[in-house]
Each structure stands twice: as C-alpha cells, then as structure tokens.
Design a protein around this ligand. Sequence first.
Ligand code: ZN
Ligand code: ZN
Length: 359
Amino acid sequence: MNWEKRIGKLRKKFGEKNIEAVLITNPANIFYLSGFTGSAGFIFAAPEKAYLITDFRYEEQAEKEISLQIFDLVICSTKIIDRIKDLVESENIKRLGIEAKHMTVDFYNELNEKLSRCSLIPVTGIVEELRTVKDEEEIDRIKKAAQIADSAFDYIIKFIKPGLKEIEVAAEIEYFMRRNGASKASFDIIAASGERSALPHGTAGERKLGNGNLLLMDFGAVYKGYCSDITRTVVIGKASEKQRKVYDIVFEAQNRALETAAVNMTCSELDGLARSVIAEYGMGDKFGHSLGHGVGIEVHEAPAVSKNSREVLSPGMVITIEPGIYIKGWGGVRIEDMVLVTEKGLQVLTFSTKELLEI
Ligand code: ZN
Ligand code: ZN
C-alpha cells in the first residue's frame, strides 16, 4: 500500500477543511492511513510529520504493521491524551481537525480543556472521502473477499435442507468462509426464512426452514481488512408463482441498474433506475431501503447509493446494488451484488448464480 500517497492526499484536504492538522480516531481510517489494526490508537497528522500514538500493548504489532519511515511511533506509558497535547503543542498547531463522528463527548471535553491554545475543528468524511475510490491493491483484496463469499454460496446451497435452523445456515456459511481465507464475516450473517425474510435485516434465528419457504441469505467475508457483501434469495422446495414473480421483478430492477449505470451519474440517479422498475410493478412501497452502499474496509461506507445521495459515481468506487421487495407476513426477496465502477460502466465482482434456485 502506498501510505505516503494516502497521507499526502489527507494533507491536501487541510486547506479545504480549514485546519492545520488532524487527529484521526476512527479505527477504519487509522487502518486505511497506516495499516495499523490495533483497537486502541490515534493518528496525529501534522503538516510535515505524522504520528501513530498507541500504548505498550500494541508496540510490537505497530512496529510490524506500519511504515516507520512515514510514522513516528509514539508509545504512551502515561495518559494518551497528555501525549496528544504535547505533540499538538510541539507542532504548534492552532486549528486541529477532529473526527466529529468518532470522538466521545468525554474525550472531546478533556482534549478541549487541555489544548487551551488550540481550537478543535470538527470535520466529517476527511478520510472517508479518500476511501471511496479504491486503488489496485484494495480492489484485489475486495475481489478475493468476494470470491470467498461466492464459494460459500456454492457450498451452502448443497448444505441447505428443510428442517435446518436459520442459525445453522448462518454458522455454516461463517465456518466455511473462515476455513477458506476469511479472517471473519464482514457482519452478522443474515439467514431469514419464510415470513421472516420480509425483515430486511433479520439476523438468523431459531426458525426452521420449511418446504416452500423463501430463504434470504446476506453475508460477506473480510480478507486482509477488506469486506465483501452479497445477498441471494432461494426457495426451499418448489417456488410458488408469486415467489417467482416477485423474484423476477427484483432481478429486473437490479439488471436495470447494473446495465444502465455510468460514470458521472449521481448515486441518487442510480438508485432511481432500480426503484422505478419496482414502482412500475406497483411495489414501490415494498422497497424501503436504499439501493446500495460503498464497500471496503467497512462493509457499509461511502458513497451511499440512495435517493438523496448527490455523490457521483467515479472509477475505482466499489458499491453494492441490492434492490429488494419485502411483503409483511409473506416474505421478501433481495438480490445483492458488488460492483466496481469503471469508465465502461459497472464491473460485477460477485458471480453466484441469480437463477431462482429451488433447493
Ligand atoms: Zn448485504
Ligand atoms: Zn449491502
């Protein structure tokens, strides 16, 4: 990873945000900027120097993970906040950016009190904006994470049978992914069957798969710090006419988005492409969530692919396209793929079959 380039890009944003330096507290942003995976640490990026501040528990790990040419590693034996104060003062920073969404009120108050000669400037998205466009190494990791999820799907459709509990399906998917290179699942696996499939985020429960049930499975793997995210909906036994019809509508909506999307389109336009198909069939009110989201270090990250998102599709973005129809008391269907935005349109990264499987 080109850490120097990333810190350079971060510093270029200082002017736009009207700050002289920034304190990074979001672990995903710390990982993006430095490769550090410890659960306690900060990055203080000043105009010339950058510091990774952590405590003795992570000393050895940090030395292995980060570039010591780029970062000064600061190991605190006393209160971390006092070291931050010393560094900010020695760098003579008067306007320090802080991540508004990633700092507790307690920490803010304490920092504010200690840094009496420096203003704390809340900023949002300063690193998240950089993260929306992936470089080649990131794309390779995401592709590998997607591949693990695809093979998990191939595996699970052979495992599924009536009488299994949702939680058993979820556990089996996770176990398969971890045996096949994933460090963990990218979120709590969703396996929702029957009427429970109408819950867009129905985590796996005790319900047993019954004949004629829809089964919605939404899952992903983490590979070297990068996530994948895929959803497939299958039928246990034979699909009814209504299940098939709903499935076809979702499939058509997804295809419309996949085929029509182009660079420079806004995310809200992309969302509208799929949404209008579902609305044409009179089911607009059954698609209550946004069409997709960015995927990378976090499974949900910028850009949001939603009705109100003015973000523009740029080459290198990795997003999901996941329309769904959810009918209370009956069930739901969602189909989700990950795509890479390219100059030529969307390149699909997940390849599991989208034929309606009857298992
Ligand atoms: Zn998903
Ligand atoms: Zn998703």
